[in-house]
Write a protein that binds this ligand. Structure first.
Ligand SMILES: Cc1cc2nc3c(=O)[nH]c(=O)nc-3n(C[C@H](O)[C@H](O)[C@H](O)COP(=O)(O)OP(=O)(O)OC[C@H]3O[C@@H](n4cnc5c(N)ncnc54)[C@H](O)[C@@H]3O)c2cc1C
Length: 349
């Protein structure tokens, strides 16, 4: 059997996991190449702390090349620009690469077009990329010199509400530490139909728990709302149209394709590629809705551990465990995950 070529686009949670897992599944008897637009792994969940100076970029990144090199994976720092699926070739800014199996793990993009006034040169900050979070940090330092009211929001079509809640609660925590909690009005604007929907239909007692958290933090919620546009210093709300998701909500919400399901999907892809290379059928399957929901929502010095047997309902079990241990767990997980991925131990949980 000639050695097969697996080409992976993207080198973060899913790409790194798929590349190393398929090498592992086939005991190294496969050529794996990763093409990624970034030279570094980024632990995106810690971007919630970066604007407040709780993390520096170097704390949450590491260079990808040594990790791939030490596991016999060819790493190309380039951007894929065109796919030729019939010809089994990918054009990149670093050359054209052919493949027998292709894994596309290029992650999420911000859709700034959904609300005029968001995005580069706009009137709001985002924390979804390293560059954006660094800019949000500049905004935070400017705010400290001239405080005003703050709105944190998750737009119509947003998918990762957990991250937005985390940022909201961390912001509230930092306002208190800066002695500004009383004078700054903090508002939460979300397209979710109710507090704690999270894009996954909510979890038992989630709405009550989130309501309690917001009340305790004196945060005003504005729910089931679409943003129309963002002016300088002013968010204008509007109504949007529902899009195709497993349920209908008055304002469309996305589904959170977070790090945990990204890794799970990468393992399924790796197992199916390995099976086919071994001449077996690609039998590994995991519908997205059946992946367990495992998440820690950080709140600065507190948080909530979110566990459910399935990402999407109907579920048998779902549990929210609030308390400071959630924050400690998030800190520990960041260190563990960066250690695990840097060394390529993708088989570890
Ligand atoms: C602030 C924040 C907090 C979060 N918190 C959590 C959390 O607590 N728990 C959780 O599970 N998830 C969390 N997430 C979500 C999690 O970060 C994502 O689900 C995860 O990053 C998805 O991994 P991925 O590998 O699919 O994509 P990404 O991490 O987006 O990686 C994409 C990769 O593709 C590369 N790439 C992109 N375009 C190209 C191209 N054209 N050619 C080649 N390479 C390309 C990029 O350089 C990168 O290497 C959070 C996200 C944010 C923003």
């Amino acid at each position: 059997m000639s050695r097969k070529k697996v080409l992976v686009l993207g080198g973060n949670f899913a790409g790194l996991t798929a590349a190393l897992a398929v090498r592992h599944e086939l005991h190294g008897d496969v050529d794996v190449r990763v093409v990624a637009a970034s030279e570094e792994f980024l632990f995106n969940p810690s971007l919630i702390w970066l604007p407040f100076g709780k993390r520096r970029p170097a704390d949450i990144t590491f260079p990808l090349a040594p990790t791939f090199e030490s596991h016999g994976v060819d790493f190309v720092h380039a951007e894929a620009t065109a796919l030729d699926l019939d010809g089994r070739k990918v054009t990149t800014t670093g050359g054209v690469y052919d493949y027998d199996y292709l894994v596309i793990a290029t992650g999420y993009r911000n859709n700034f077009d959904v609300v005029p006034g968001l995005g580069p040169g706009g009137n709001a900050y985002t924390i979804t990329t390293l560059e954006d979070a660094i800019k949000a940090g500049e905004g935070w330092r400017r705010f400290l010199r001239a405080p005003g009211d703050i709105v944190v929001g998750a737009t119509q079509g947003a998918g990762c509400f957990g991250a937005a809640y985390e940022y909201l609660f961390n912001l509230s925590h930092q306002l208190r530490k800066a002695g500004l909690k009383r004078q700054v009005k903090l508002t939460w604007v979300s397209s979710e139909p109710f507090l704690g929907h999270f894009g996954i239909g909510g979890l038992p007692h989630g709405e009550a728990l989130l309501s309690m958290f917001l009340k305790k933090e004196h945060i005003t919620p504005v729910m089931s709302t679409a943003m129309d546009h963002v002016d300088e210093g002013r968010l204008v709300l509007g109504i949007a149209v529902a899009v195709d998701v497993p349920w209908q909500t008055p304002t469309p919400v996305g589904i959170p394709k977070t790090g945990f399901p990204a890794e799970r999907m990468a393992h399924v892809a790796a197992r199916n590629i390995a099976a086919q290379i071994k001449g077996e059928p690609p039998a590994s399957r995991k519908p997205f809705g059946d992946i367990p929901a495992v998440c820690v929502m950080d709140a600065g010095n507190n948080g909530v551990i979110i566990l459910a047997d399935k990402m999407l309902p109907p579920r048998k079990h779902g549990l929210l465990i609030p308390g400071p241990q959630a924050h400690a767990m998030k800190l520990g997980f960041e260190k563990y995950f960066l250690w695990k991925t840097r060394h390529g131990y993708v088989g570890l949980p």
